[in-house]
Design a protein around this ligand. Sequence first.
Ligand code: NAI
Ligand code: MG
Length: 348
Amino acid sequence: PNSRSIRLAVIPGDGIGPEVVAEGLKVLAAVLPQDVKLETNEYDLGARRWHATGETLPDEELKSLKQHDAILLGAIGDPTVPSGVLERGLLLELRFAFDHYVNLRPGKLHPSTVGPLAGSPAIDFVVVREGTEGPYTGNGGSLRTGTPAEVATEVSVNTAYGVERVIRYAFERALARPRRNLTLVHKTNVLVHAGNLWQSTFDAVAAEYPDVTTDYLHVDAATIFFVTRPERFDVIVTDNLFGDILTDLAAAVTGGIGLAASGNINPTGAYPSMFEPVHGSAPDIAGTGKADPTATVLSVALLLRHLGYEQEAGRIEAAVAADLAERDPAAPRSTEQIGDALAARLAG
Ligand code: NAI
Ligand code: MG
C-alpha cells in the first residue's frame, strides 16, 4: 500500500470465531509499527444476525465491506441455524461477490509440533485451491424432493478463464519459492471433461514457466502422499472441492486444525481479500477458552503479507514458531493466554 494505513473489516462470526479473532487483533496491534494507522470496523454477521433479522449478507453490508483493504473472519456456523444457510448465504456469497478465486492454504510442520506425523521430514507446502467454481457454484437442484424417486444434481462448473487464472497464480507462487515445483491434483481419469480442461490448461501454462518443475496426481493418490510423503509437495493447485478436502487433511498432518490458516484472495486487488482460520465455529468448545487462536494469528500474517507488510508477517510467523517450540502438551493454555504470549513476543 502507498499510504501506511490499513482499513480492516472484521467479521468475528459464531462460536469460537469472536474468541480467536480477539487474539488475532491483539497480535496485529502488537506487530504493527507506530506509523501504520489501523482502522477496524466490526460486522455483526452470522447466526445471531440471522435469528434477529433473517439476514445473512445484506447488500449494504456487502457494499460497506468492499470499502476495506482486507477482511478478517473468525468462523461462521451454528447448530441452531439450518445447515447451509450461513455457509452458502454468507461465506460462499462473500467469496463469489469478491471473486476470491484463489483459496491459499499453507501447510507447514513445525519441528516441535505434536501429531500423527511428528518427527517426519520438513513439511512445507502450499495448496492453491480454486475458490469460485467447481461444484460450489450452486448449479444444481432437486426434483421429486423427499420422495423415493428424488433426483439431485450438483454440477461442477469449470471455465477456461477460471481454470487458467488460478493455474497462473499457482505457477507464480511456485516460481517464487526455492523448490519451484507445482503439482496439479485432479481426477482426470474419471472426471474426463473437467479433467481435460484442467490438464490441458496446466500444460499450456507450464510451457511459459520452464523454471518450474511440474507433476500430476489423482486426488485419491494425493491423499496417500499427504500422509506417507508430505515432504514431496511444494505448491499444489486443484479445484474447489478437492482443495477443500485436501486442506483439512493438510491441517491434520501439520499440527492440527488449531494451526491452519487461509486466505481467500482476489489477486487483482479489485476486491478486498478475506483471511480466516481453516477451522469452523467449533460449537463443542465455544465459550470454554480451549480454542487455539494460532490459526487466526497465522491468518493475520497472511493478511499482512498480502497487503505488503512482509516483515511484519515474518515476525508473526517467527513468534508462532517460537511459541510452538515451547509448548507443553501437559500444560494447555487458554485462548487468551496464547494470544497474550504471542503479543508479548512481538512487543519486545
Ligand atoms: P470445526 O472446525 O468447527 O470443528 C472440528 C473439530 O475441531 C471440533 O472438535 C473442534 O472443537 C475442533 N477445533 C476447531 N477449531 C479449533 C481451534 N481453534 N482450537 C482447538 N480445537 C478446534 O468443524 P465442524 O465441527 O465440522 O463445524 C462446526 C460449524 O462450523 C459448522 O456450522 C460448520 O458449517 C462451520 N464451519 C465454518 C467454517 C468457516 O467459517 N470457514 C469452516 C468449517 C466449518
Ligand atoms: Mg473445509
